[in-house]
Design a protein. Structure first.
Length: 420
């Protein structure tokens, strides 16, 4: 990748020029990044791709020669991780082990808001900076933490753009149903969506949650049919969202618009065939969104890291699959830590924290900037969602960006199921 080739040349130059001068005080360091991964349990799909992205970043920066501080210290990275089994009860125990027994220098969050919320208190307790990814709930950043930094667009803005899209497609729609998984992330998203819908003048005819692990959505689909909404929004994670979408299609639910969390942007969602057609999903990032130095220049912003095209190419070469936004989120978490260490010119926790506080830049993942007020320190305020929709024939589905207007690659398929 061009970015890392440039980085390698700079790194080698730094070693040649400054290595002798600073040999007395420089001491090469292997920085340990600690995290848990859901190698088993219901978050396995999303978590696996998140860690693939993080590992891609780590391998690239190490192969490029690491980070060279001004005193000549060469910093490379290693990881220590455990399987959290998608289980909140294990997370605090494991992150305590990472912070103490393993003496991790920095932490990356697990996947999901619930697991991340459980790990954040440990990071703060042991004075470890944690970059969170795969975790969108706002509330984690409203607890007075100072060392926890969010990569994703917050849950409060996760599905609101879907309603903006719906309003742009049809100004006669009044009734919507919100059906969501009863976990922290999905509930936070849906509660914010409900408030936004009411403020926009929509009538929420059904607002109901389902238990995590639900596989039979017939009772909820029956309730949706009885409520007769024009649109269904909500969902949860990949497994339940995919099942929900398939069963709504099988029961020929007569709605004009469906937008679900997490599942639709995943490449595997296309395996649903006809059940995937027309389903919309919010995405933190898409391969179609080719954000690069030219885009940054047009926006008057600094660009950092590989371009979208470079990231996609490297990821597909490494894993032989198209990257999802979970993979991109894992990669950018490492990239942000790299940039903060470079700006701080140090591994000191306070110096790196201050560098993260000051970040305001564009990456292939999008704009990154953190709230630094005491009320919600570390909340992501720069990054925005985009919305994808599966279009085409069942055996040749394509994923297109249908919102916001500046990122659209195809007009939205509307209405669904022959609605009028």
């Amino acid at each position: 990748m061009k970015y890392f080739r440039r980085f390698l040349l700079i790194a080698l130059f730094g070693v040649l020029v400054f290595g002798t001068i600073f040999s007395a005080q420089a001491q090469d360091r292997t920085v340990v990044i600690g995290f848990t991964a859901s190698q088993s349990g219901r978050y396995n799909v999303e978590s696996t791709r998140q860690i693939n992205g993080l590992n891609l970043w780590l391998n690239q920066v190490n192969e490029a020669g690491g980070i060279i501080l001004s005193d000549g210290t060469v910093i490379t990275f290693n990881t220590v991780f455990y399987d959290d089994e998608s289980n909140t009860d294990r997370v605090q125990e494991l992150y305590t082990r990472l912070a103490t027994d393993d003496n991790a220098d920095f932490l990356i969050s697990p996947y999901s808001s619930g697991l991340t919320d459980a790990s954040a208190i440990i990071a703060e307790q042991y004075g470890k900076i944690m970059i969170t990814t795969g975790a969108a709930s706002d509330s984690t950043y409203q607890k007075g933490y100072s060392l926890v930094f969010q990569t994703y667009t917050p849950a409060s803005r996760y599905l609101t753009g879907a309603l903006d899209l719906l309003a742009s497609l049809d100004d006669t729609v009044e009734n919507i149903a919100i059906v969501h998984e009863n976990d922290k992330f999905s509930t936070d998203v849906s509660t914010a969506l409900n408030d936004y819908a009411i403020a926009m003048g929509f009538n929420v005819v059904l607002f109901e949650g389902y238990d995590s692990g639900t596989t039979d959505f017939a009772p909820f689909i029956n309730k949706i049919q009885d409520a007769a909404p024009d649109a269904v929004l909500g969902g949860g994670h990949f497994q339940d969202g995919s099942t929900f979408a398939r069963q709504m299609h099988e029961k020929d639910l007569d709605v004009k618009f469906v937008a679900l969390l997490v599942a639709p942007p995943e490449p595997n969602f296309a395996e649903l065939g006809e059940s995937a057609i027309g389903v919309i999903g919010p995405s933190q990032w898409e391969p179609l969104a080719q954000i690069d130095e030219a885009a940054a220049e047009a926006a008057g912003m600094e660009f950092y890291g590989p371009s979208g095209e470079e990231f996609v190419t490297a990821y597909m070469e490494a894993y032989e699959e198209e990257p999802s936004y979970h993979a991109a989120g894992g990669y950018v978490a490492g990239l942000l830590l790299q940039r903060a260490i470079e700006d701080a010119d140090s591994l000191d926790t306070q110096a790196v924290k201050e560098a993260l506080d000051a970040l305001d830049l564009l990456t292939f993942f999008g704009h990154i900037q953190f709230d630094i007020t005491p009320e919600q320190h570390g909340l992501q305020i720069g990054h925005s969602m985009m919305y994808i929709q599966w279009q085409g024939m069942a055996d040749a589905l394509e994923k297109d960006i249908v919102w916001p207007p500046e990122a659209v690659t195809a007009d939205a398929l509307y209405p669904l199921n022959g609605g009028e």
